[in-house]
Write a protein that binds this ligand. Structure first.
Ligand SMILES: [Zn+2]
Ligand SMILES: [Zn+2]
Length: 408
C-alpha cells in the first residue's frame, strides 16, 4: 500500500481535490475511483482509504455520488450468477447500465476538481461484480470473445444475457440431387405457407443446412442455426470428393460441450448428406470461409445434339486448358442478377466419350465460372464454349462438384 500512497497523494495535490466540499460524504470505492487510474493492483476502496486519511473526507451518511450503489455489488453478483446458471459457459463478461444522474454527477466532479486519472463507475461495477462471479463459479472473464455477455441494469436489478453463438467447422458431401444448401423460402408466400409449397413455406422439403443443423440444435438447445458454406453448388448438383468446408453457427446455445462424433453419425444416417471433420471454430474462420473463392473441379455428363467424333472432342476440350472465357450473366439467372461480363480461367479440361452423343467432362475452373454455360454457350453469351467450338449444340445433364481446392 505504501508505494501507491505517495502517488495517490501527489495526484490529489496536482488536482483541485482539496476544494471537495467537506459536508459531502463519499464511500471508499467512490473516493478511490476519483484516482482509479493511479497505480495498479489495488481496489478503489483501498485507494479511497488512503485519500480519506490524508484529506479527511467525510464518511458518515449516504455517499453523495453513488447513494449506496457500490454496497450492492455482492447482490449484483448474485443476480448475474443466477441468470448465467441456465447456461453452460467457460467465459463471460459483465457490462452495466446505471442511473444517468450518477454518471453526470461523476463527470461534473472530474471537471470541477480537475481530476485526470479517474475511472467511470460502470467500469468499477463491471470489474468488481466480475471478480465475485469468477470466484463463485470458477469461470473466467474474457474481454475479447466471451461465451456470454451479462448486461446488468443496476436501476432495476435486472440482468440481460447476450449468449454468443457456438461455431463448428466441418466438410459436407451432398449425395442426392434436388437439395439446396440452405433453407429456401417459398417464392410465392415468402415462407408463410401456401398451396404451392404445401404449407411448408419452402421451395424444397429439406436442405443441407436443415439436415446438418437439426442434431446441433437438439444437443445445444440453441434457438436457431445458420449454415455458412465455402460457396455453394446448384440444387441439382452433387457435392462429392473431399466435400465442401462449412461453419455451422448455433445461436444462443444452452450447452456448448457437445458430442461431435455422435452428431456426425446422426447426420451421416440421413444418406442424402454426409459430414466429417467436425471441430470447434470461431467467427473469424466463418468470415474467412464466406470470403474464400476456391477453384473447383467438376464432373459433367454432357449430351450433344449430333454425334461428335472422339478426336474432334478431345482436341476442342484440350484447347480450353489455361484459357480465359468471357461470360455474360446466364439467361437462367438474369431475372435476379445484373447483366455483367466476367472473365474466368479454365485450368484443366478432359473428356471421355460415353456414347456417340454423350460424354463425361472433367474440368477445373476458377471460382465463379458458369459451368453449364461453358458447355452450352448460352446463345453466344459465353465465349468460347464447348458447343460453339464443336459447332454442335451441347447441354449439361448432370453436374457434380468433385473437389474444392481450398488452399489455392
Ligand atoms: Zn459511493
Ligand atoms: Zn408457399
Amino acid at each position: 500500500m505504501k508505494e501507491i500512497a505517495k502517488d495517490l497523494i501527489t495526484a490529489a495535490n496536482e488536482s483541485d481535490f482539496r476544494s471537495y466540499p467537506k459536508e459531502e460524504a463519499l464511500c471508499d470505492p467512490c473516493l478511490g475511483r476519483l484516482f482509479g487510474r493511479v497505480g495498479t493492483g489495488f481496489t478503489n476502496a483501498e485507494r479511497g482509504r488512503v485519500i480519506r486519511k490524508r484529506f479527511d473526507v467525510r464518511h458518515e451518511g449516504p455517499c453523495s455520488l453513488c447513494g449506496g450503489l457500490m454496497d450492492e455489488v455482492p447482490k449484483f453478483a448474485r443476480l448475474v450468477e443466477s441468470a448465467l446458471s441456465e447456461y453452460e459457459y467457460e467465459t463471460f463478461l459483465i457490462g452495466s447500465r446505471t442511473d444517468q444522474e450518477i454518471v453526470e454527477k461523476e463527470e461534473t466532479l472530474w471537471s470541477d476538481l480537475r481530476l485526470e486519472r479517474a475511472e467511470p463507475i460502470k467500469a468499477e461495477i463491471n470489474r468488481e461484480t466480475g471478480k465475485i462471479v469468477e470466484a463463485s463459479t470458477g469461470k473466467t472473464v474474457d474481454f475479447e470473445r466471451p461465451n456470454i455477455m451479462a448486461i446488468l441494469d443496476t436501476r432495476f436489478d435486472f440482468v440481460q444475457l447476450q449468449v454468443n453463438p457456438l461455431f463448428t467447422h466441418g466438410r459436407y458431401k451432398k449425395l442426392e440431387r434436388g437439395i439446396p444448401q440452405t433453407r429456401w423460402p417459398c417464392r410465392e408466400c415468402l415462407g408463410k405457407g401456401c398451396e404451392r409449397c404445401n404449407n411448408t413455406g419452402k421451395m424444397y422439403q429439406t436442405s443441407v443446412e436443415e439436415i446438418v443443423a437439426a442434431p446441433f440444435i437438439e444437443r445445444t438447445e440453441g434457438m436457431s442455426a445458420s449454415f455458412h458454406g465455402m460457396g455453394r453448388e446448384d440444387v441439382d448438383a452433387l457435392m462429392l470428393g473431399n466435400g465442401r468446408p462449412f461453419v455451422l453457427e448455433v445461436k444462443e446455445p444452452r450447452r456448448r460441450s457437445i458430442d461431435l462424433r455422435a452428431i456426425e453419425e446422426e447426420v451421416n444416417g440421413s444418406r442424402s448428406v454426409s459430414i466429417d471433420g467436425l471441430r470447434p471454430s470461431d467467427r473469424r474462420e466463418m468470415v474467412r470461409m464466406k470470403e474464400a473463392r476456391p477453384t473447383k473441379t467438376y464432373s459433367l455428363k454432357v449430351t450433344f445434339q449430333e454425334p461428335v467424333e472422339k478426336e474432334n472432342l478431345n482436341e476442342v476440350v484440350r484447347s480450353f486448358k489455361g484459357t480465359e472465357v468471357a461470360q455474360r450473366t446466364p439467361t437462367r439467372v438474369l431475372h435476379r442478377r445484373a447483366d455483367l461480363l466476367r472473365r474466368r480461367k479454365i485450368l484443366e479440361m478432359d473428356a471421355k466419350p460415353l456414347g456417340p452423343k454423350t460424354a463425361e467432362i472433367v474440368l477445373t475452373a476458377e471460382a465463379g465460372t458458369y459451368v453449364k454455360e461453358l458447355i452450352s454457350g448460352d446463345e453466344g453469351r459465353t465465349t468460347p464454349s464447348l458447343s460453339g467450338l464443336l459447332g454442335v449444340p451441347a447441354v449439361v445433364d448432370e453436374l457434380d462438384v468433385t473437389r474444392i481446392h481450398e488452399s489455392e
